[in-house]
Design a protein around this ligand. Sequence first.
Ligand code: COA
Ligand code: ZN
Length: 312
Amino acid sequence: MSLPDRVEIVEVGMRDGLQIESEFVPTDTKIQILNQLIDAGVRHFEATSFVSPRAVPQMRDAQEVLAGVRKRPGVVLGALAPNAKGVERALQSQADEIVVFLSATESHNTKNLNRPVELSLRDIEDIAQLVQGHPIRRKGAIAVAFGCPFEGDVDLGRIRTIFDHFARQGFDAVTLGDTTGMATPKLVRNTVEALRADHPEIKISLHFHNTRGIGLVNVMEGLRAGVTSYESSLAGLGGCPFAPGATGNICTEDLVYLLDEMGVDSGIDLRALIKVAQRLEGIIGRGLPGQLMKAGPRLNLHNYDVAAGAVG
Ligand code: COA
Ligand code: ZN
């Protein structure tokens, strides 16, 4: 089985992870977590989002978060932005990357962005104009790309049209968002192959949620299909507040463990990452879905002499 030697992990915990949390996490805490993740080797982030603070109050401190993180060479601090206003704010805040998003279906786009897909496609054109001449990276994101909680299966033709639109507007990377964990390995394979045939020059990133327990199985299929960019969330936090039944993203440290064991380099130190995940669990104040932060890597052995035994 041939897998890529190296992949990029995009940490989305401080954005997708926190946006569903009703209790506001202090700005300093977000900044601390991001700095600790950089220390652990994470190099690419969706660190916040420039959306309406009324729609997602947790992201109201987007500018302060970006300003507070220690800048280091090679680290990409990206931010989600759905419209020109969001992109203007991202430019002012000197984000390294904008991630411009919309949903593949009318119903989810209406819940999430309060507009038909057609208007969001036009917003993308406005944004492309706005960022002309700026060195900022441009990435597109298509939510509910593998299934919609309101409409079910999503026609691949719709995904291809939106992907093509991003490509024509000068975006060189596009994320396929599995907002409510409806992706399956077969869907991943078919979608990636079709999009790659349309636009081999565009970098595809995969964004899975573990809602149905097969998030990392989908990553395996992505790796087999040659995809080299994955989005995940520290401790498996996360979910879209505007998608019923949404639960956490695939968990970053569980993903790094899988990659380490498969000999795929992510540049991230698993043990350091686990410590940050445990800190995050303390901050959120309830058990989070990540597995590695509970069990440790497989060769974390236990002391035989102190372990309980079954004496009949
Ligand atoms: N950042 C901050 N404020 C914004 C904004 C942005 N990117 N875009 C719009 N606003 C403000 C407007 O200035 C306006 O404020 P005002 O009433 O004080 O003048 C208000 O929001 C309404 O603007 P409007 O353009 O009519 O937006 P809307 O009510 O149709 O909502 C969105 C559209 C996109 C702003 C809103 O649906 C949104 O923020 N959605 C994000 C959802 C999300 O983050 N989902 C999770 C990711 S999957
Ligand atoms: Zn998501």
